[in-house]
Design a protein around this ligand. Structure first.
Ligand code: GTP
Ligand code: MG
Length: 195
């Protein structure tokens, strides 16, 4: 997809702030620092529309990005970051869960996992939760540029097995640094937008 226009619509913390139109949405989920905000920037060719940081816990609100006035990426706060307070963590958890469970605009969750490591316990729990609620999911393994080519097949197999990935759920590898995987993922998203 050629992205001509990308803008942030709102940083929301509650349902009342969600955009009220019927545009389709793709939500980015994953642990803190996995690369959710970087993924959005890479996909839309912007350096820093979504704020990124080498410190986990950067994104703390649900950020709705309107793309080509046609659909939205929703950047959600990451999970599994130990340094936020228990109270803060619960607040984020509820915020994410609420969005995922009630949002009719949501077409597909893009669950980001780090390609370098086995999925975390939180990754596995999140995937199971999504499947329990029958939410369409694609898994995107990030930071591909940091993994030697000789490891690629082994790590893909590890992710599929550890998550017990459903046959119907896609697994992509992606690098926000060199943009590998971008075209395949756009193709996948465009197919959903067309239906
Ligand atoms: P939170 O907002 O804290 O939940 O994190 P996030 O998932 O949005 O991560 P973010 O996009 O801020 O990226 C975290 C760090 O990882 C940054 O330093 C990015 O530059 C780096 N990063 C993200 N994607 C990639 C990638 O594909 N390759 C490499 N080498 N670094 C990446
Ligand atoms: Mg972020």
């Amino acid at each position: 997809m050629k992205v001509n226009k990308a803008e942030i619509i709102i940083s929301a913390v509650e349902e009342a702030q969600y955009p009220s139109d019927e545009l389709l949405e793709f939500a980015l989920i994953g642990r803190s620092n996995v690369g959710k905000s970087s993924f959005i920037n890479a996909m839309i060719n912007r350096k820093a529309l979504a704020r990124t940081s080498s410190q986990p816990g950067k994104t703390q609100t649900m950020n709705f990005y309107l793309i080509n006035e046609m659909f939205r990426f929703v950047d959600l706060p990451g999970y599994g970051y130990a340094k936020v307070s228990q109270k803060e963590r619960e607040k984020w958890g509820q915020m994410i869960e609420k969005y995922l469970s009630i949002r009719e605009n949501l077409q597909c969750v893009l669950l980001l996992v780090d390609f370098r490591h086995p999925p975390t316990r939180d990754d596995i729990a999140m995937y199971q939760w999504l499947k329990h609620f029958q939410i369409k999911t694609a898994v995107i393994a990030t930071k591909l540029d940091k993994v030697k080519r000789s490891q690629h097949q082994k790590n893909k197999k590890m992710i599929k097995e550890d998550l017990q990935l459903n046959k119907g759920d896609a697994l992509f590898t992606f690098s926000a640094q060199d943009k590998t995987g971008k075209e395949e993922i756009w193709q996948f998203l465009e197919d959903i937008l067309k239906t």
